[in-house]
Design a binder for this molecule. Structure first.
Ligand code: GLY
Length: 342
């Protein structure tokens, strides 16, 4: 059994527990809860839930209409401020449930039960909430950590393989930012990891949460250091937007974005020799696509990157690495970005 983790995010504490089995009905059948599922997680875990909200799976649900549905359900169920909104699902459901909890009666209690690897290592941890506006990701949101996050590693077995790999890309990113031993583990145990062996998954998730939790504890509202967690993400969000959120899922776009981030670091002459190669090797070993193919132009991507919220003034500020666990933010001219995208 893994030890529970505890972090202080802003004024709130988040407890993170690893469970071998979760009796969700014990939590969700209480009258003072509203539980948010997607169709997939509802069919797996929704039985006996008192006030369920069931949304379509996928990024298109991450919108105002879903938030309104959750809040209407809370109002109709008589949920008070001391009631709990529970999110059971991947990143979309965690972000939506968290955003809704943060604004319902100016903030009610929040519990998350992430069921995807991506949500376990990233979306559920650290209190970022959000919805998309048109094709722009997370354009409206708040900082609102869950008081409790319950990790049921066995849920990962039920994920489609492509979605599982999307989470692995975030794990690779987290290792690059803060855990060289995890990077080595991910490089060396590809077979066991692709096979989703629970023991190694537990270790990966535990280590990722520690890296992310420590960064967020230092900078909950992303005034500075937290932005390093966006390594590869300005590239990734642009690719997702330009391809209409269809051909690349978030993790696949992040894997591509990580490759571009290290190429950019090399191009501007700050990244140590061999590092970009080692990053691209691990990404290739996990069979991520590192090229977009001919159909997407550098200009389209750069325009979408400018629309991303990490822009300050005219020049983009991107996350760059000198090497593993050595990450910083730098203003970059469009010409440098065009050179690696062309
Ligand atoms: N996913 C990046 C962050 O939580 O800051």
């Amino acid at each position: 059994m893994m030890e529970p983790l505890e972090f202080t995010f802003g004024a709130c504490k988040s407890f993170i527990r690893f469970e071998d089995s979760v009796k969700l009905s014990d939590m969700t059948s209480r009258k003072d809860t509203v539980t948010v599922f997607d169709l997939n997680t509802y069919s797996l875990f929704g039985k006996d839930t008192s006030n369920p909200v069931v949304l379509n799976p996928g990024e298109s649900s991450k919108c105002w209409q879903s938030v309104e549905k959750i809040i209407r359900k809370a109002v109709h169920s008589g949920l008070g401020r001391d009631g709990v909104i529970i999110g059971v699902g991947g990143g979309v459901i965690c972000d939506l449930a968290s955003f809704s909890a943060s604004i319902y009666m100016r903030g009610c209690r929040l519990v998350l039960i992430p069921t995807s690897l991506l949500a376990m290592v990233d979306a559920a941890i650290g209190g970022k909430t959000g919805i998309n506006i048109n094709s722009y990701k997370n354009m409206a949101g708040t900082f609102y950590p869950a008081e409790e996050i319950c990790l049921f590693i066995k849920a990962i077995k039920s994920l489609p393989f492509r979605e599982y790999k999307a989470g692995l890309a975030e794990a690779i990113k987290t290792a690059m930012i803060g855990d060289a031993d995890l990077f080595n583990l991910l490089s060396e145990k590809i077979h066991e990891i692709m096979d989703r062996q629970p023991q190694i998954l537990k270790e990966i998730i535990h280590r990722c949460i520690i890296v992310k939790g420590r960064v967020v504890e230092q900078d909950f509202r992303e005034a500075g250091k937290r932005a390093i967690l966006n390594l590869g993400h300005t590239f990734a969000h642009a690719l997702e937007a330009v391809s209409g959120f269809k051909h690349w899922n978030h993790g696949e776009a992040v894997a591509w974005g990580l490759a571009k981030a290290v190429e950019l670091g090399e191009r501007i002459g700050v990244t140590e020799k061999g590092y970009a190669h080692s990053v691209k090797k691990i990404l290739s070993d996990y069979e991520y696509r590192l090229e977009t193919g001919g159909s997407i132009s550098a200009s389209e991507l750069i325009q979408a990157m400018h629309a991303d919220k990490k822009k300050r003034g005219g020049m983009m500020r991107l996350v760059i690495q000198r090497g593993i666990c050595d990450t910083f933010l730098e203003h970059i001219e469009d010409g440098q970005i065009r050179a690696i995208l062309s």
